[in-house]
Design a protein around this ligand. Structure first.
Ligand code: XMP
Ligand code: MG
Length: 179
């Protein structure tokens, strides 16, 4: 475990097992649809990379970067597109892949946007769900793990851009935020 970490919440093995399971579920569900899998940067990158390798069906994938947090730990309530898709979602079955749903603002914005762009269907797959953080009425179609209302890092999730590369998910020691 990294020195800055207070505890590991979800181990690498638990994550990989879950990703296997979700891969099977999505492969079954989307085998006829040629879905467009949309990864939300930067946090979803490790999950997205692992998940798409478990899909044994035809898919297309693309990436989008939106920001609602900036460098803050609490949501500003504002979502902006930093990098848009290169692919049209019109008439496509879209699967949005996220690292975590907290307030729900980012995802509710994206779901509305893709419906507005006339996607055939839009589903949300998130590795982590933090239901206690919710500000808007939104629930994921598929969630890997439910986490408590604590700030978590690792496997794509950062604190001021650090820790995204860790293969597990954990909580930092309080002095890391203070220092
Ligand atoms: P909302 O509030 O829009 O947030 O559902 C989604 C985005 O917020 C970030 N987020 C976190 N990042 N640890 C992080 O490193 C957390 O505990 C956390 N909670 C929310 C994340 O970027 C996510 O995509
Ligand atoms: Mg972040």
């Amino acid at each position: 475990m990294h020195d800055d970490m207070e505890k590991v919440l979800i181990t690498e093995e638990e994550i990989q097992e879950k990703v296997d399971e979700l891969g099977k579920q999505l492969s079954e569900e989307y085998k006829e649809n040629f879905p467009l899998v949309v990864g939300v940067l930067k946090g979803s990158l490790p999950f997205m990379a692992d998940l798409i390798k478990r899909l044994d069906i035809h898919i297309e994938y693309d990436l989008m970067d939106v920001s609602s947090y900036g460098e803050q730990m609490v949501s500003s309530g504002e979502v902006k597109i930093v990098k848009d898709l290169n692919t049209s979602v019109k008439d496509r079955d879209v699967v949005i892949v996220e690292d975590i749903i907290d307030s729900g603002l980012t995802l509710s914005y994206l779901v509305k946007l893709f419906h507005h762009r006339q996607a055939k269907s839009v589903k949300i797959v998130t590795l982590l769900d933090k239901p206690e953080g919710r500000n808007v009425d939104l629930s994921p179609d598929v969630a890997g793990f439910t986490v408590p209302d604590e700030f978590v890092v690792g496997y794509g999730l950062d604190y001021i851009e650090r820790y995204r590369n860790l293969p597990y998910i954990g909580v930092l020691k309080p002095e890391i935020y203070e220092g």
